[in-house]
Ligand binder design. Structure first.
Ligand SMILES: Cc1cc2nc3c(=O)[nH]c(=O)nc-3n(C[C@H](O)[C@H](O)[C@H](O)COP(=O)(O)OP(=O)(O)OC[C@H]3O[C@@H](n4cnc5c(N)ncnc54)[C@H](O)[C@@H]3O)c2cc1C
Length: 414
């Protein structure tokens, strides 16, 4: 005997930052919302990221610079962009698309699309900070890239020029100016690039807990369950172990695990994951005043409450392989180049960025049903773009048209 489905206006699959921001937005607009996730809200990629609201980061991951270096990067297990060779066969289709998206014309189109979305990031965050009471968790000190070799700085010329053209605020700094901003950072010779408008959060986990609480206070319900079945017809029927839901609309915000659900909604979307890691080092006083990214090492060092979080690098290797100790050791060696006496890490983490080959998220309806709305694939920018995504999803559900819907639609992969 099957039990009668629970009916709800909007079901959101996934309680990461994207699902939580969307739940908050929709519940705030008076919608009936149910968020379904088998895990604690905010415990996926949204838990372990570098905490930067990177409104400046319009350069896609795939770009001509990465393409030129790709063979070297992929062959070196200690590079910031590495490959688990055991996963090569499974990853090949994604990699082929990634290579195509790294050509100059595609890079430019992807950067332009991302810049449009990123232009809304800070205002949308400002609104969400007010709604969820996050004021005490926000740090407004900008963000700093450091280039330790002149050749690395020279190689960033294309990115700097494109960001300048797109109106991103950035300032080139001398090594002395970097030292003035970050006096505890070990001295180096080359240059810095400062993004003064960027903000960051002091503790992603607390941000996620507050978002969930704020959404619940506005009436959103939460259910611990995994969605394995999705059937769109008149409305959408969701199923899973112990779960049968009939929803008028469904939002798929299951991060890197969204693909099996989109397949059932009728779309073949080349979503994969860029695995990323973090180490945390306890600190009695902050070592840095803002997130600092040594560009050659591919990670951020972000001061968080009572600790320095060293987060980043990319490992292409799928969702199932265990954490790779070599990648964690790489972060440890990297941070010690700046803070030789930092001591031992107190925690380590592996997370799964939801990544599309063109670095653009998918935000919009499935190609087969207007009742299934996608909100996933934010790659390196999910924290940054969650509240913008929530705005867009709310607009779609309200029947309002979006300015650049085609740039982020599922149909672009057809
Ligand atoms: C090392 C690292 C550093 C990063 N730094 C930054 C940064 O500084 N700034 C930034 O903007 N972004 C950063 N990111 C990226 C950012 O963390 C992600 O893009 C973002 O967290 C994705 O959010 P999400 O809600 O889509 O996914 P997630 O947070 O992964 O949430 C997805 C949720 O869906 C649930 N789920 C999955 N399958 C199902 C199912 N079948 N049924 C129900 N629920 C399901 C999961 O349990 C999970 O809770 C970083 C990522 C990494 C790995």
């Amino acid at each position: 005997m099957t039990s009668a489905p629970k009916s709800v206006e909007i079901a959101i699959i996934g309680a990461g930052v994207v699902g939580l921001a969307t739940a908050l937005r929709l519940a705030g607009e008076g919608r009936e919302v149910l968020v379904i996730d088998p895990n604690e809200p905010g415990s996926g990629a949204s838990f372990g990221n570098a905490g930067t609201i990177a409104e400046y980061a319009c350069m896609p991951v795939g770009n001509p610079g990465v393409l030129r270096a790709l063979p070297k990067l992929l062959l070196d297990p200690d590079s910031p962009f590495s490959l688990r060779w055991a996963a090569l066969f499974q990853l090949a289709p994604w990699l082929v698309r990634f290579v195509r998206q790294s050509l100059p014309a595609a890079t430019r189109a992807n950067a332009l699309a991302l810049a449009g979305l990123l232009a809304e990031a800070l205002p949308a965050w400002g609104e969400m900070v007010q709604e969820a009471g996050l004021q005490d968790l926000m740090r407004r000190n900008g963000c700093l890239y450091v280039y330790r070799r002149d050749s690395d700085f020279a190689a960033s010329e294309g990115g700097r020029a494109l960001r300048a053209e797109l109106g991103v605020h950035q300032q080139v700094l001398t090594a002395d100016e970097v030292a003035a901003l970050e006096p505890r950072l070990a001295a180096f010779e080359a240059k810095g690039l400062y993004f003064p408008d960027s903000i960051n959060v002091s503790d992603p986990r607390t941000v996620m807990a507050r978002l969930a609480a704020a959404a619940a206070a506005k009436g959103a319900q939460f259910m611990r369950a995994s969605v394995t079945g999705l059937a769109a017809g008149a409305g959408v029927r969701l199923s899973g172990p112990g779960l049968v839901i009939a929803a008028q609309k469904v939002v798929i915000a299951a991060g890197a695990r969204s693909r099996p659900l989109t397949a059932q909604a009728g779309d073949r979307i080349p979503l994969d994951t860029e695995r990323g890691y973090h180490l945390e080092f306890p600190t009695t006083a902050p070592l840095l005043n803002r997130p600092v990214c040594p560009v050659d090492l591919g990670f951020y060092m972000t001061p968080m409450d009572g600790r320095l979080r060293v987060a980043g690098t990319v490992e292409l290797g799928g969702l199932n392989a265990p954490p790779n100790p070599r990648r964690l050791a790489l972060l440890g060696r990297g941070v010690r180049q700046f803070f030789p006496d930092i001591g031992k890490p107190s925690s380590q983490w592996l997370g799964f960025r939801p990544s599309l080959p063109d670095s653009r998220p998918v935000i919009g309806p499935s190609t087969e049903s207007p009742d299934v709305i996608y909100a996933f694939g934010h790659g390196h920018l999910g924290l940054t773009l969650a509240p913008v995504t929530a705005r867009w999803v709310a607009s779609l559900i309200a029947g309002r048209s979006l300015p650049s819907a085609a740039d982020f639609s599922a149909a672009r992969f057809g």
